[in-house]
Design a protein around this ligand. Sequence first.
Ligand SMILES: *Cc1c(COP(=O)(O)O)cnc(C)c1O
Length: 346
Amino acid sequence: MSTSTLTIDLNALVANWRALDALSGEGTETAAVVKADGYGLGAARVAKALAKAGAKRFFVAVAEEGAALRDALGPTPEINVFSGHMAGDTDMIGDMTLTPMINSLDQLTRHIEALPNAPFGIQLDTGMNRLGMEASEWAAVANVALSQNITLVMSHLACADEPDHPMNAFQLQNFKDMTQGIDVKRSLAATGGTLLGKDYHFDLTRPGVGLYGGAPFSAAKPVAYLSLPVIQTRDLVEGEAVGYGNAWIAKRPSKIATVSAGYADGLIRAMGSGISVYFGDQKVPVVGRVSMDLITVDITDLHETPRALDILNSAQTVEHLASAAGTIGYEILTNMGARYTRRYAG
Ligand SMILES: *Cc1c(COP(=O)(O)O)cnc(C)c1O
């Protein structure tokens, strides 16, 4: 293999979906969020595997993603669009049978006028101040919305990855107040909210990152495995430098391997040398700066010259790369390089 290979373990993905599903009771459906091309792992393949495992409802960010997903999944699963009904999206929403999560009075009017009887959901803002109707706007349009083909009322938690954060209970109460007595399915929890317990589950949970092996779902199985081919090796004498800025200097005679992947592939430069790669179980330090297309590693202690080295495996996950870079697993996942060969296992 001359290119770097991203292997997506679909069995682990399905196991993560089932594990999250098992956290909520019988009456709660577990959907799957596959926006941003399935968090970088391939929305079509990911969604097909989850549909086969029993997922009936998927969420994407924008209508274009929904249209592509409809092509992959066929007519049956429900595809919900977080950005709602944007100007220009009407044909796609109608033709591809997408369900927009309506965020404002403007969107509601557009939807009802352009596609009467077409299903929609409502997104409520319970305190995040990002998307959705605020309480006063919702109060003004609720009767109209509830008389139409409304299939879901949802909101999103801002601090669900911090279980003790007072914002969780505050948003939960706001959501209850805003949806009290309505006869429509309700959804509040993404991955973090699913982990907060049954008060947060309502009729439907919408996990994303946990499906793909990311925090805050600490029990998740890793889903992404990344193997980088070695392009070249060289032997250094003590005192020689490696890479841009001479950022690493050999303190002993050293053997350096240059592997094929860099910050243009999502191995962001801020990871620096805080990460390792693996030759089987053996940990090998990354040295010097991450270049656009290349990373250099110190293989002095290996007994053979590897043809490839693993940067994501069960020992080093997206969360390890994220913390080395001062970011979150979501960003590592969604930046997985377009140049990687994607392989699906399971
Ligand atoms: C991205 C997103 C989700 C999924 O969130 P995770 O933290 O990845 O589980 C759910 N709901 C909304 C509104 C989102 O934007």
